[in-house]
Design a binder for this molecule. Structure first.
Ligand SMILES: Cc1cc2nc3c(=O)[nH]c(=O)nc-3n(C[C@H](O)[C@H](O)[C@H](O)COP(=O)(O)OP(=O)(O)OC[C@H]3O[C@@H](n4cnc5c(N)ncnc54)[C@H](O)[C@@H]3O)c2cc1C
Length: 374
């Protein structure tokens, strides 16, 4: 018996859309993308820093390191070709007095990870690049940039739509079963009440924060498990608009597996600080911003922006990182797997896709499409 679709993708965030786009580029038209929200990119993919990362931070041999370095160049090329807004502005990772050895270590890691054209710059050069920033030493990474996440997802969506892919929004995947060797059945709930089933040969689990739950529908307790870390942002007042031309990061916060409260800006030149990192006991998609965190943000940023005033900060937005920790590994990584080994031919899990997922999406999508249409 034939299935309704060859491929069903669960989740229309940047990862699901990247898979859909890559399948379209390979001429695969029998694809359905399902999302519980009323449009694409309403979850983590529109709640991040919109940075095109270089691949600096990730553990040697990690899946993140290999995807990020490879995707960085590919993403800039895609943006050029498809008219997606970006700014290859470069970034400074700064060190204060006493932190220089840690910066040197990071530099060595960047070399091992294949980051292009990095160099250490002096206090004087930091000042000439960013007069509002004070630091002893910095790592200058020209290949880091910013992107419009929405335009990227729109471009992926446009390409997949032009090949005839279908989308179902306001539709939640409530359960999944393997029917036989080559077929899965997904139980869908539209608009909270209308129930239906759809069958497919391939299922791509790109459900972001809910990817563990989806994986557990077919894998039970063997599903990869997630931890959640909330990141909040504060914006800077309009007096700081267009005052910076590079992203500015402190040294990473190893304890919390985060990059530290950094300074970034968007397409309009508006500057923001964040994200913070706080572990959540349970997944709670409460995206409110804690006003009282202003003091912490101010304290962190004042170290490198001496002219900052606390009144320049106001609560902005937040996002939640789905984190997967491979056994006995301290840094989180991606769980990207075709689950043939678990007897689930045709089931692909994309779990724990936190930062640099926006950057890596294009390459993850292409690899997954290659597994499906080789
Ligand atoms: C604070 C923060 C800052 C970040 N900064 C950066 C950055 O600067 N650069 C970078 O490269 N990356 C960054 N990232 C990471 C990046 O945002 C993510 O890796 C990426 O957005 C993940 O995309 P996704 O498609 O996997 O998830 P999502 O965007 O969350 O998409 C998953 C989709 O699945 C849907 N879904 C879930 N459950 C179901 C269900 N049962 N049925 C149907 N649909 C379902 C959801 O509605 C959602 O739309 C950041 C992340 C955070 C949290």
């Amino acid at each position: 018996m034939s299935t309704d679709y060859k491929v069903v993708i669960i989740g229309a965030g940047v990862i699901g859309l990247a898979v859909s786009r890559a399948l379209a580029e390979k001429g695969e038209s029998s694809v359905l993308i399902v999302d519980k929200e009323d449009g694409f990119g309403h979850a983590t993919s529109s709640r991040n820093s919109e940075v095109i990362h270089s691949g600096l931070y990730y553990a040697d041999g990690s899946v993140k390191a290999s995807y990020c370095a490879r995707a960085n160049r590919k993403l800039y090329d895609f943006c050029e070709k498809e008219n997606v807004w970006y700014n290859k502005c470069g970034k400074l990772v700064i060190a204060q007095k006493g932190q220089e050895p840690v910066l040197q270590e990071l530099f060595q890691k960047g070399i091992r990870n294949g980051v292009d054209e990095m160099r250490i710059i002096s206090k004087k050069e930091i000042y000439s690049l960013e007069p509002n920033i004070e630091a002893e030493l910095a790592l200058f990474i020209p290949s880091t940039g910013i992107i419009s996440a929405h335009e990227l997802m729109s471009a992926f969506n446009r390409i997949s739509g032009s090949t005839g892919h279908d989308s179902l929004f306001m539709t939640s995947v409530g359960d999944a079963h393997k029917n036989n060797l080559n077929e899965y059945s997904l139980f869908l709930v539209e608009h909270g009440s209308v129930e239906s089933n759809v069958t497919a040969n391939w299922v791509v689990n790109a459900a972001g924060l809910h990817s563990e739950t989806i994986a557990a529908m077919v894998m039970g307790r063997k599903a990869p498990s997630l931890k959640f870390s909330k990141g909040e942002y504060f914006k800077l007042s309009s007096k700081w608009r267009n005052e910076f031309s590079h992203l500015v990061y402190p040294l990473p916060d190893i304890e919390n597996d985060s990059l530290g409260i950094h300074l970034s800006f968007d397409q309009s030149g508006s500057s923001k600080l964040g994200p913070s990192a706080a572990w959540l006991e349970l997944l709670n998609e409460d995206y409110s911003v804690t006003e009282s965190l202003a003091d912490t943000f101010f304290g962190e940023a004042k170290r490198y922006i001496p002219d900052l005033n606390i009144t320049d900060l106001s609560p902005d937005y937040s996002g939640i990182r789905p984190k997967y920790f491979p056994e006995q590994v301290k840094q989180s990584d991606y769980y990207i797997r075709h689950e043939e080994g678990a007897g689930l031919e045709g089931w692909i899990n994309l779990v724990g896709i936190d930062s640099p997922g926006l950057t890596a999406a294009i390459s993850i999508g292409e690899d997954v499409a290659e597994w499906i249409v080789s």
